[in-house]
Structures are given as structure tokens and as C-alpha cells.
Design a protein around this ligand. Structure first.
Ligand SMILES: O=C([C@H](O)CO)[C@H](O)[C@H](O)COP(=O)(O)O
Length: 213
């Protein structure tokens, strides 16, 4: 299996703070995620700024698209996004639109399975349509209610679909190696890095733990 990628979730609303945090953790991560609140607040300009500053990094824009998939995602791919997310709960037509936009730019579409009731059925159907990445995601509100992404990860990993699996939701140093061993290809970390006293040290620790598996 290819080495798992580490994705840093940039969830601040502040443009300069986001660019500053990205700069601090850049040596240790593979993908910058512009989180949903951040992209809603800052828009395409932030995509263009990060694309220009970090041409070697993959850039995920966490649009969590719910409708008008192709129309909404196209400008973000055009601005340099490598991956955009679309909600599995949006339905197959919207997911198909984002997949179409991704393919038009040689990029990737990620299905976010957040709040999808039958995650296995959604993963199977969207993988069949050509989705590139399946996102197992326990959102911030669900985390606050005590939920984790681990059971869902096991359910999706055992399907053996022809997609990469991304996992997000409160991943921290004590759990990151279990996530890798359970079959994740992309490990998303937000608060455990940006909430640490030294985000760079926290990112380096995550990198060392992932590489050691
Ligand atoms: O996607 C996220 C959330 O829905 C807000 O957009 C987070 O970026 C994702 O959950 C990763 O952050 P942590 O859970 O803090 O690691």
C-alpha cells in the first residue's frame, strides 16, 4: 500500500492566520484542507493564495456541496483545487456533477459520508460512478456528542472499493496509528495540530507516528 498522506485541516476563519498556519506545518503534511467554515468565509482568493504559495502540496477544498455539484465545484478546480468534497447525503446526481467537474480538470472528487444513514450503500454507489476518494467523517458537532469515525472506517475499508479512504474526526497522536492500520489512505488532522501549543511540533509528531506504522 502507498504511504498514507497527512491532511491538515485549516479551520480558522482568518485569512492570514490560515496562511501562517499552513506555512508552519508545511514540512510535515501532504495535503492542505481549506475547511468548510474557512472556504465559506474566504472563498476563491484563499484557494489561489495557497495554490501560489504551495505549488507542491495537494489542496483540498472542503465545499461539502449539497446541490448544483458541477456548477459549484468547477471554479474551485479552475482555481487550483486538487480535491473538492461533496456530501453523500446530497444524492447521486450532485455527486456525479462534482465527479464530472473533477475529471474535467484531472482532479479528484471526495464523497463526504458525514450523516449518511447507509454509508456502505452510498460508498458503493458513488465509487461505481467514479468517485476518487471516500471520506469517513465525524464532524465537529458529532465529536462534541462523543462520536468517533472508527467503526465507519472498518465498515468501508472492508468493502475493498477502488477508491482511496480519507478519515477525519478528532484524530490525535494516540489514535493516528490505529487509523493507518485500519486502512486509511488519507489521515485528516485539525484541532490536534492547530490547537497545540506548537502546531509545527504537533504536525511533526503526527508525521513521525504515521511513518512509523
Ligand atoms: O471537516 C471538518 C469539519 O467538518 C469542519 O469543516 C474538520 O476539518 C475535520 O473534522 C478535521 O478536524 P478535526 O476533527 O479537528 O481533526
Amino acid at each position: 500500500m502507498a504511504k498514507p498522506l497527512i491532511q491538515m485541516a485549516l479551520d480558522s476563519l482568518d485569512f492570514d492566520q490560515t496562511v501562517g498556519l499552513a506555512t508552519l506545518v508545511a514540512p510535515y503534511v501532504d495535503i492542505f484542507e481549506i475547511g468548510t467554515p474557512c472556504i465559506k468565509y474566504n472563498g476563491l482568493n484563499l484557494v489561489k493564495e495557497l495554490r501560489a504559495r504551495f505549488p507542491e502540496k495537494l489542496l483540498l477544498v472542503d465545499l461539502k456541496t449539497m446541490d448544483a455539484g458541477e456548477y459549484e465545484a468547477t471554479p474551485f478546480y479552475a482555481a487550483g483545487a486538487d480535491i473538492c468534497t461533496v456530501l453523500g447525503v446530497s444524492g447521486l446526481a450532485t455527486c456525479a456533477g462534482v465527479i464530472k467537474a473533477a475529471n474535467a480538470y484531472g482532479a479528484e472528487a471526495q464523497i463526504d459520508l458525514i450523516n449518511v444513514e447507509d454509508k456502505v450503500a452510498c460508498a458503493r454507489a458513488t465509487a461505481e460512478m467514479g468517485a476518487h476518494i471516500m471520506g469517513i467523517h465525524t464532524g465537529l458537532d458529532a465529536q462534541a456528542a462523543g462520536h468517533t469515525p472508527f467503526a465507519d472506517l472498518n465498515d468501508i475499508a472492508r468493502l475493498g472499493l477502488n477508491v482511496r479512504i480519507s478519515v477525519a474526526g478528532g484524530i490525535k497522536p494516540s489514535t493516528v496509528q490505529d487509523v493507518v492500520r485500519a486502512g486509511a489512505n488519507i489521515i485528516v488532522v485539525g484541532a490536534a495540530i492547530y490547537g497545540a501549543a506548537s502546531p509545527a511540533d504537533a504536525a511533526r509528531e503526527i508525521r513521525e507516528l504515521v511513518d512509523a506504522v
